[in-house]
Design a protein around this ligand. Structure first.
Ligand SMILES: NC(=O)c1ccc[n+]([C@@H]2O[C@H](COP(=O)([O-])OP(=O)(O)OC[C@H]3O[C@@H](n4cnc5c(N)ncnc54)[C@H](OP(=O)(O)O)[C@@H]3O)[C@@H](O)[C@H]2O)c1
Length: 280
């Protein structure tokens, strides 16, 4: 049995792909109603909360591998790691980012803390250190629909944007057959570097109207995200990451996705085409 915690962008797709492979899979969610499609696909739904260790222990019963993907709050993910250690789980696949103990961005320090906690437990594991997800662009859809424009503190910085569905495909593949991936760190990206000017151009072509991109200060970007409903701390961390990207921090691509999956990583054009209805 493979346990996936939780059912966000990467987790839900990982569960679907594992079911496509006929693997027994359980998914820990706070709200089972949101996971109805996954239940329909044959996944076991474990109602639980990452802040409640007893619910994680219950979901961990009979589990051989865990895919750990959640908002990366150390106390929560380390609860999963501790539960996996208690249950003698054989492998953990951890979704992470450019983790670093001395990063100016709290989320990256948290990822480093979780990675260190996982290593300290001695559980065989694989780190999926991804560049920014293409799906982040979906958060801009309301602004694009109402104003045909969007802004960011990333200025003209480029990202090795990766489709979260490809991150999930890698997670599913490794969880299904983890042994060769123990101790490995993969750096997951899409096939090319994409700036927000490129994002605007691809969206303009797809939507058949001009979508404009505006360079914002870090403060204006933070305020815009808070206005759009992003919690303040997350808006601050996102804007910090965009601002670092303006100076080339996200300008990296690798062949890890095609090497692991045996097919090309999805391009940003493919992503926009697949999600066209979300932007129109
Ligand atoms: N976004 C990026 O560009 C990017 C890039 C690289 C790495 N990452 C990493 O990817 C991970 C996030 O993956 P994602 O984007 O797939 O996640 P996501 O879509 O944000 O989903 C997070 C999920 O966690 C669930 N959750 C939150 N608190 C919970 C709790 N206390 N108990 C149980 N479930 C809880 C949420 O459930 P509800 O539906 O109940 O709220 C939601 O389904 C993080 O480690 C992040 O750092 C992200």
């Amino acid at each position: 049995m493979i346990l996936v915690t939780t059912a966000g962008k990467v987790g839900a797709e990982t569960v679907s792909l594992l079911r496509d492979r006929g693997m027994p899979v359980r998914v820990l969610v706070r709200n089972p109603a949101k996971a109805a499609a996954l239940a329909e696909a044959g996944a076991e739904i474990a109602e639980g909360d990452l802040d409640m260790p007893a619910t994680i222990d219950e979901a961990m019963t009979g589990v051989s591998a865990v895919v750990l993907v959640s908002p990366a709050v150390p106390a929560q993910e380390l609860n999963v790691v501790a539960s996996a250690a208690r249950a003698g789980v054989g492998h953990v696949v951890k979704a992470t980012s450019k983790a670093s103990a001395d990063s100016p961005i709290a989320r990256r320090r948290w990822q480093a803390e979780i990675e260190a906690g996982l290593a300290a437990r001695g559980i065989p594991h694989t780190l999926l250190r991804s560049n920014a997800y293409m799906q982040n662009v979906l958060a801009l859809a309301p602004a694009i629909a109402s104003s045909s424009s969007f802004g960011s503190a990333a200025r003209n910085g480029r990202f090795g944007l990766v489709d979260a569905r490809d991150v999930a495909a890698v997670a599913a593949k490794i969880a299904a057959s983890p042994a060769p991936h123990a101790g490995q760190t993969y750096w997951l990206t899409g096939p090319g570097l994409v700036s927000n000017y490129d994002v605007a151009a691809v969206l303009s072509k797809q939507l058949g109207r001009t979508i404009a991109y505006r360079e914002l200060t870090l403060e204006a970007n933070t305020a815009a995200m808070i206005k759009a409903g992003v919690p303040e701390q997350i808006a601050q961390m996102n804007a910090q990451a965009f601002s670092l990207a303006a100076d080339g921090d996200a300008e990296w691509i690798t062949d890890d996705v095609p090497s692991l999956l045996g097919r090309p990583a999805r391009s940003f054009e493919q992503f926009v085409s697949d999600y066209a209805t979300a932007f129109s």
